[in-house]
Design a protein around this ligand. Structure first.
Ligand SMILES: [Ca+2]
Ligand SMILES: [Ca+2]
Length: 257
């Protein structure tokens, strides 16, 4: 049975059969924003504008909400080995900002360099017309292919747009860590949900638009998952793609050691 993750909680990735887990995924299902605005309804045009009658009604509209699920992979010394985020981050970002850890943050891509991790296409809207129950963005991991240099993988969410939106305003955002059947690009079936988070519509996320979900890490040749659940504000209007960069910076400076 899936557990609802609490900060700092460790989850067991062992299978009940005793076999080693090889296919791990993190998925995020979220809904578009809804806004209500007043619109003027004409009841009667009258004659030449005289006697025109109108009234106002509330109209609900759905607005695109772009949340990005991403991952960074680091070695035993906390140095960045690889990154996995949307190919829509298509320029080299912050050449100077990351010089200590990496020459620059690379462009986004679908596959990790070692081909162990795949990121589904960037969903820039969220569900419209209600919750479809499906993950809008997924990262799949084939644990047998992970570069031996990588000892920790950090999964995180950023609200990319609209600017200024925080998780409290999101109608629903459900993250789950699972085992699946199928290929990395074509999941046939979720076979085991290890844990899940619900991060939306909650006062504790007021003003928070980034969330470090947790880390998958190697210990004694086994992979384990540790929930971090650190939500914060990643905004800096003076920096290009500040959301992604500031979240990665926080991981590298606060969580890798
Ligand atoms: Ca997205
Ligand atoms: Ca969905």
């Amino acid at each position: 049975m899936a557990i609802n993750l609490e900060k700092g909680q460790r989850i067991n990735l062992e299978k009940s059969s005793g076999q080693k887990l090889t296919r791990f995924m993190v998925g995020c299902n979220w809904g578009a924003l809804t806004t209500t605005k007043k619109v003027e309804i004409v009841d009667s045009e009258g004659f030449l504008g005289i006697g025109r009658k109108t009234h106002f009604e509330n109209k609900t509209e759905e607005v695109d909400l772009d949340i990005d699920l991403s991952c960074v992979m680091v070695d035993d010394n906390g140095q960045l080995v690889d990154t996995l985020y949307s190919p829509l981050y298509n320029k080299n970002i912050y050449p100077k900002f990351f010089v200590k850890h990496f020459p620059s943050l690379p462009k986004g891509k679908d596959w990790s360099d070692d081909k162990s991790m795949f990121h589904t296409p960037d969903d820039t809207e969220g569900d419209k017309g209600g919750d479809d129950g499906l993950d809008n963005e997924i990262i799949t991991v084939d644990l047998t292919k992970v570069n031996t240099k990588i000892s920790q993988m950090f999964f995180f969410l950023d609200i990319f747009s609209p600017e200024g939106v925080d998780f409290k305003q999101v109608p629903y955002a459900a993250i789950r860590m699972c085992e699946y059947e199928g290929t990395q690009e074509d999941i046939k079936r979720i076979t085991n949900v290890f844990a899940q988070y619900d991060v939306a519509n909650d006062p504790q996320f007021s003003g928070k638009n980034a969330l470090i979900l947790g880390k998958l890490y190697r210990k004694d040749r086994e992979w384990k998952f540790n929930a971090i659940g650190d939500a914060f504000d990643h905004s800096d209007s003076g920096m290009y793609n500040s959301n992604l960069c500031l979240t990665i910076k926080k991981i590298l400076t606060s969580y890798t050691q």
